[in-house]
Design a binder for this molecule. Sequence first.
Ligand code: PGA
Length: 250
Amino acid sequence: MRTPIIAGNWKLNKNPKEAQEFLNAIEGKLPESGVEAVIGAPAVDLYTLVEGSKNTPLKISAENSYFEDEGAFTGENSPKVLAEMGVEYVIIGHSERREYFHETDEDINKKAVKIIANGLTPIVCCGETLEQREANETEGFVTGQIEAALKGISAADVANLVIAYEPIWAIGTGKTATSDQAQEVVHVIREKVASLYDADTADKVRILYGGSVKPESIKELMSKEDIDGGLVGGASLDPESFIALVNYQK
Ligand code: PGA
């Protein structure tokens, strides 16, 4: 049984004071079991979020980290320090990082390896552009991203990590993929993991859908066999909306 995950991705939004206000607003309103609630936040908010969510069901994610633990890498985030702080997840390979910060499949693979070595769980993002979808290239492109990201990672580690399928044309556009479109690609990703590893690993890895997920659409998405949760940008910023998302089973 795969435990569902609802992971917020705040992107470059909220300061520590606003992060604390968010924690105050969701206090006591997250399910104690049956779903993992995660907030991905800017590095400057992580200390406040980790400290303020102790003894609550909320888990905290970074939105990026470097593939070295320390050294002369001005401006980067250490995965080792993230782990020491109590951060549990790190989002990597988000399309915004690939596009604006020129992250390559190779960078993302190096990050995944280092994040796992530090005992953190990567949330590995993939997803196609509208042009690729219209040219029928979605499956080949997305499975290629996943194969590259997982290079050299053991089956046991892959079984524990999280993949997020986020079609770029659906991010921040209000255009959610239909639940059938999302299920179709998420299923293909799971089959790819089975072919790279084995059926058991594919059965365990959790695969989320992301792209304009809202409280109104989460239930339908979650009804699909292969979709194990959502990576949610805009709709995770408002505490009431985040509470509604993580309580989708009610
Ligand atoms: P969105 O963002 O929910 O605002 O579309 C999703 C994401 O980029 O992770």
